[in-house]
Every structure is written in structure tokens, then in C-alpha cells.
Ligand binder design. Structure first.
Ligand code: PLP
Ligand code: COI
Length: 358
């Protein structure tokens, strides 16, 4: 790609928030963004890195009405040696294109996806925090820009990448969170868009998320829409149940997001002498497992959330406390391995890290 890079003046550069405890999740954005346009006649064109600012959108742009939008989330980590590590970005490039196909959007060559991120990060390097637990969150997204209100796929799109220095996703940090199991609302049914990373899935989750917070929970644990019986995933992460030395996670069924962290946990389970199973798991089995003690830990996995222990499930107005609301040894081991690889402290046996070359 021949990227046009707009020079910025010193006065355009924003002050960095150096206190990583104040970063939170995506409250601050770096100075620049990457944009590129798509039209049926010109394909992908006009790649630019320029000052972060408004996108030029007509009020009739299709994305604003019918939600034809997809996004990704990945992170850059600064190691103690000062190297910059991306974690499995090729997987995000692939998932971006699977989401694009589901929403009738054009695919983006994987190497363009990777180059857009790497070039932007190189220029915005000062925004990558240098403390463990903090990182640079990368948000690539694509929106439909035809200015026609008939319901059909757009012919024009904007692809954009923005960057945000982040700390932990939950205010609890690595401490166990509470999840609200709803049998009132559902996220995505088979045949719907659940497997795609698209804004509509998150819009569908907002009301249940609000109810969860009113009940003192950080997020919703979704059940399958057909039976309200089988566990699917959490608002912004996949879910794992620990039965001693065995991990169980719901198998991908078309309505669950195929998390990259989920795949990584399944892969590294063997290295950590854990058995791992992808299968249907009902909420009754989960509640029974917590009550009898056969479920020893529960944790969520995600890019934003990393590994996030779950200390309580609220289901049908009852609280089911997991592992005394403490971080368990399996969650800790997986967290240590994953973050160790991400921050360059541990060997990378699965070649997950892609270094940014300066
Ligand atoms: N499920 C949902 C609904 C998510 O938003 C996320 C976050 O991206 C995940 C699962 C975890 O996916 P990943 O590990 O690729 O970040
Ligand atoms: C991520 O983990 O990257 C996500 O996309 C979660 C997000 C919706 C906050």
C-alpha cells in the first residue's frame, strides 16, 4: 500500500496520560488514525494516516441507519526490552473478513489489514504504555457509506483504525467479577450475526448490560436464545468453566464469537497439563457444578478483558459464589502464561507474537 502520511505539527500532539491507573478502557485516543476508502469501481484506495478527527459522513450514510459495520479489537504490548509485540493479529485479519462476508461488506486483504496497523503504530509508538497490565488497544473498523436508504448492501465503505492506551477493562482489574445470567434477553440466535464482530450485537446487549449493572454485576452471561438453557458467552468475552484440571468452554455454534483469546487458552491448556473440552454446557450443569464444588473456577477470556476470573453468577435472583470470590490457581496460571508471552517475559512456543520492526 502506498500510504499518504500527513505531517502533524507539534501543537497537534496531545499530552500523554502517564498514570496508567487513570487510563481505564478506551477513554483516550492517540493523535492519528488510518483511513482508506472502498468503492466498487476503485476497490480499496486512498490509504492515509492523518490527524485523528471526524469522518466525513452524510446523515443518509447507510451505517447510521442499518448498522452495516464491523470491527476488530487487538492489542500492542511493550516489553521490558522496549520491543513492541502484537498478539496474533493475523487471526484478527481473518475474523475481520469473516465478519465482512456475513455483513455483505468487501474483504480487505490480510496484508493491508496488518500493514495499516503496523504503520500507524510505528508512528504512534509513544502512545504504547510501558507498564505491565497496560497496552495499546487497536480498533480497526469498517462502515457503509452509501447515501441511499433502501435496505441493501452499500457499495462504498470507509475502513479506519484508531488507537487507545488502555488499562484493565473491568474496574475490578484481575479480581473476580460478578456476571448476571439473563433468561429474559438474548444476544444472537443461530443464523443471526452472533459470530460476526458487528456493532448490532453490542447494541442488542446494552439493555441487559444495564440491568446487570443495576444488579451489581459487571456483564451478562448469555444463554442460547432457543432454549435459554445452554451457556454461550459473556458481553465482551468467552467463558471457561474449570472442573479441577479440566476446562470446558461452549463449543462454537454460529452464534458465539470465535475469540482469539479463547483459541489461545484451548491451545495452551495442553502445555499447562489441563484437559480442554469444547461442548454444550447447560446453566443447570453450571449451577449444579458450583453448588457441589465440581466447578472450581470460572473465568472469561478476551482481548480487552484478558483473563478475567468470575467470582459470582447471579441467576434467577440467587448468587452462586465461585471459589470464594478468589482468583483460582488455573485462572492465575493461564493469565500468567498469556500475559507472559504478550509482554515478552516468556517463551512464545506457539509463535503468537508478531513484532513491530522499526
Ligand atoms: N465475545 C465477545 C462478545 C467479545 O466482544 C469478545 C471480545 O472481543 C470476545 C468474545 C473475545 O474475543 P477475543 O478473544 O478475540 O478478543
Ligand atoms: C475486545 O476484547 O476487543 C472487544 O472487542 C470487547 C469490546 C466490545 C470492549
Amino acid at each position: 500500500m502506498k500510504i499518504s502520511i500527513q505531517p502533524l505539527k507539534e501543537s497537534d500532539l496531545k499530552p500523554l496520560e502517564t498514570d496508567t491507573k487513570k487510563l481505564g478502557f478506551c477513554k483516550f485516543f492517540s493523535d492519528r488514525m488510518f483511513t482508506m476508502h472502498y468503492s466498487e469501481t476503485d476497490n480499496w484506495h486512498n490509504p492515509e494516516i492523518k490527524k485523528l478527527g471526524s469522518l466525513d459522513l452524510e446523515p443518509s450514510s447507510m451505517v447510521l441507519h442499518y448498522g452495516q459495520e464491523i470491527f476488530e479489537g487487538l492489542k500492542a504490548f511493550r516489553t521490558s526490552k522496549g520491543e513492541i509485540n502484537l498478539f496474533r493479529p493475523e487471526m484478527n485479519a481473518k475474523r475481520f473478513n469473516r465478519s465482512a462476508a456475513r455483513l455483505c461488506m468487501p474483504s480487505l486483504p490480510e496484508y493491508d489489514f496488518l500493514e495499516s496497523i503496523e504503520k500507524l503504530i510505528k508512528i504512534e509508538e509513544r502512545w504504547i504504555p510501558n507498564s505491565k497490565g497496560a497496552s495499546l488497544y487497536i480498533r480497526p473498523f469498517m462502515i457503509a457509506t452509501d447515501t441511499i436508504l433502501g435496505v441493501r448492501a452499500s457499495s462504498n465503505y470507509i475502513y479506519c483504525v484508531i488507537l487507545s492506551p488502555v488499562g484493565p477493562y473491568y474496574q475490578e482489574g484481575f479480581n473476580p467479577v460478578s456476571l448476571y445470567v439473563t433468561d429474559e434477553f438474548c444476544r444472537a440466535a443461530k443464523g443471526g450475526m452472533g459470530e460476526a464482530k458487528t456493532g448490532g450485537n453490542y447494541a442488542a446487549s446494552l439493555l441487559a448490560g444495564r440491568v446487570a449493572r443495576e444488579k451489581g454485576c459487571a456483564q451478562v452471561l448469555w444463554l442460547d436464545p432457543a432454549h435459554r438453557k445452554y451457556v454461550e458467552e459473556v458481553g465482551a468475552m468467552n467463558i471457561f468453566f474449570v472442573f479441577g484440571d479440566s476446562l470446558v468452554t461452549p463449543k462454537l455454534n454460529g452464534s458465539i464469537l470465535a475469540g482469539i483469546t479463547r483459541d489461545s487458552v484451548l491451545t495452551l491448556a495442553k502445555t499447562l497439563n489441563l484437559k480442554a473440552e469444547e461442548r454444550e454446557i447447560s446453566i443447570d450443569e453450571v449451577i449444579g457444578g458450583i453448588t457441589t464444588g465440581s466447578i472450581t473456577e470460572i473465568f472469561g477470556s478476551g482481548t480487552a478483558a484478558s483473563i478475567s476470573p468470575v467470582g459470582n453468577l447471579k441467576y434467577q435472583e440467587k448468587d452462586y459464589i465461585v471459589n470464594n470470590r478468589k482468583v483460582g490457581p488455573v485462572s492465575q496460571k493461564i493469565y500468567d502464561f498469556l500475559t507472559g508471552v504478550q509482554y515478552g517475559e516468556k517463551e512464545d512456543p506457539f509463535k503468537w507474537i508478531r513484532k513491530i520492526e522499526f
